[in-house]
Design a protein. Structure first.
Ligand code: ADP
Ligand code: MG
Length: 462
């Protein structure tokens, strides 16, 4: 029974980097093999969730291959921690006597870091693929890229804090991990804490419950040389966490430690954020990351295909890049699905095949993406009535959503200006043209509007 697991691990070892293997797989403890299930144990929920999210497929595949039949791996949290942790290459899991709370914080435990330090700072799983090398730079992200690179080369000198904002799936997390990889390579002893605002909040709550706030503060204020906080907009409305983070921020900043934050909005636009934090977020450099242009989307696809050994003809790349505009994650997802589908079907990846394979997606989109569905979405977003958007009132609270809706209809449906005018309660085509122009102009200057429209575009069906 145990052999299945041992042989599965050997299979996995051959497929992932050594670093990954020791970080994510070596700490898994085999509990039992029953029927078609292999139960393994880890010490905390965070680690369990991470492994499930990222490696469930690989684990299932490896044990199935080892057993010669379909098997599933069940990763669970140990009920009681073992008195002595089994040896693992990196003590990623917190040891109960030292830190009861799961601590998904990165850290570069450099070779010289003391044992105690490593235990207090288990390595946070960095995605090995998210490096500067794999990040495709284009006009939409070159500022964010240059700024993160500058900070990696000269932490706490270049910009502090560095604040990067932009929509989902545009590479913010990728860049943060790239900074961590870069710093780790250049300065192995630097203590890098990568944490999402959500995780920071959870840890704080647990620390309060367990009366371990001292340890929590210590971890982020005294034992951190670089703080990378992902998705800082999640702090919105969380007063207690904001207060805690405010002191963390001050302590680190005063000690000239680098802080990088990402968010889906600018500091001004994060609702329910204490003024003092908002102002601190603006102390350094604020830069945006936008949806990539067509050429960048093609380059991202090509890079990804090369990395994954997918033979991607140009016309297929063009086709996909035209289809998926607003989110790199979905763009990559479409490529992966398409190539998997082609290989299952034993077909070549061609534009025809892509068209055929994605027909459902396209038809669905055409079916649901029309003037009415856009108006409805915009109305919901701005909290106004559909009937008002289609009406004639000129108050800005109505006319602004109306212009945005017209602009989106023009951009995302095949409708002509007169057709859009008719769809908006019988307006003249010149009204539609001028509304679209106005939005296009405003987009060049107005970051808030750009973020808003990108958010709406991501919600469009398909
Ligand atoms: P965000 O944190 O902004 O939501 P992620 O960093 O998670 O986005 O990126 C989503 C996916 O898209 C990841 O797989 C990432 O590697 C990929 N990606 C985004 N931008 C780029 C880029 N410019 N070059 C290569 N891959 C990218
Ligand atoms: Mg992210």
């Amino acid at each position: 029974m145990k052999e299945i697991w041992t042989s599965a691990l050997a299979g996995i070892r051959a497929r992932v980097t050594d670093e990954n293997f020791s970080t994510y797989f070596a700490p898994l403890r085999l509990v039992r093999v029953t029927g078609d299930s292999v139960d393994v144990e880890v010490d905390d929920e965070f680690f369990r969730d991470w492994v499930r999210e990222h490696y469930q497929g690989l684990l299932n595949e490896a044990v199935s291959a080892a057993a010669g039949q379909a098997m599933l791996v069940d990763v669970r949290v140990a009920e009681r921690r073992p008195a002595v942790s089994p040896p693992s290459v990196i003590p990623i899991v917190s040891v109960s006597a030292v830190t009861p709370a799961p601590v998904p914080v990165v850290v570069s435990g450099g070779a010289q870091a003391s044992g105690a330090e490593l235990m207090d700072f288990p390595a946070f799983p960095l995605n090995p693929v998210y490096t500067f090398e794999t990040f495709v730079v284009g006009p939409s992200n070159e500022m964010a890229h240059a700024a993160t690179l500058a900070v990696t080369q000269d932490p706490a000198r270049a910009f502090n804090p560095l604040f990067i904002y932009g929509g989902t799936g545009l590479g913010k997390t990728h860049l943060l991990h790239a900074v961590a990889h870069g710093l780790r390579a250049a300065q192995p002893n630097l203590r890098i804490c990568y944490v999402s605002a959500e995780e920071f909040t959870n840890q704080m709550i647990k620390s309060i419950q367990r009366q371990r706030m001292e340890a929590f503060r210590d971890r982020y204020r005294a034992r951190c040389d670089v703080l990378l906080m992902d998705d800082a907009h999640v702090l919105a409305g969380k007063e207690r966490t904001q207060e805690e983070f405010f002191y963390t921020f001050n302590a680190l900043h005063a000690a000239q430690k680098q802080i990088i934050l990402t968010s889906d909005k600018t500091p001004q636009d994060i609702p329910q954020l204490e003024e003092r934090l908002r102002s601190r977020f603006q102390w350094g450099l604020i830069t945006d990351i936008r949806a990539p242009q067509f050429e960048t989307r093609v380059a991202i696809l090509q890079t990804k295909a090369e990395r994954d050994g997918i033979d991607l003809p140009d016309d297929v790349a063009f086709y996909l890049a035209k289809l998926m505009r607003a989110n790199v994650r979905e763009l990559e997802g479409a490529l992966i699905r398409l190539s998997a589908y082609a290989s299952v079907r034993g077909r070549q990846l061609s534009a025809d095949f892509a068209h055929e394979a994605l027909r459902d997606l396209i038809e669905n989109r055409a079916r649901t993406l029309n003037i009415d569905s856009i108006v409805k979405l915009v109305a919901e977003h701005f909290d106004v009535k559909v009937i008002d958007i289609k009406g004639v009132r000129r108050h800005r609270a109505i006319s602004h959503p109306r212009s945005v809706a017209m602009y989106l209809c023009r951009k995302h449906t095949q409708s002509s200006y007169p057709q859009i005018g008719r769809g908006f309660g019988g307006k003249d085509h010149s009204t539609v043209i001028s509304a679209c122009r106005k939005v296009e102009h405003a987009l060049e200057e107005d970051h808030t509007l750009r973020t808003e429209i990108e958010a709406l575009e991501r919600k469009l069906p398909g």
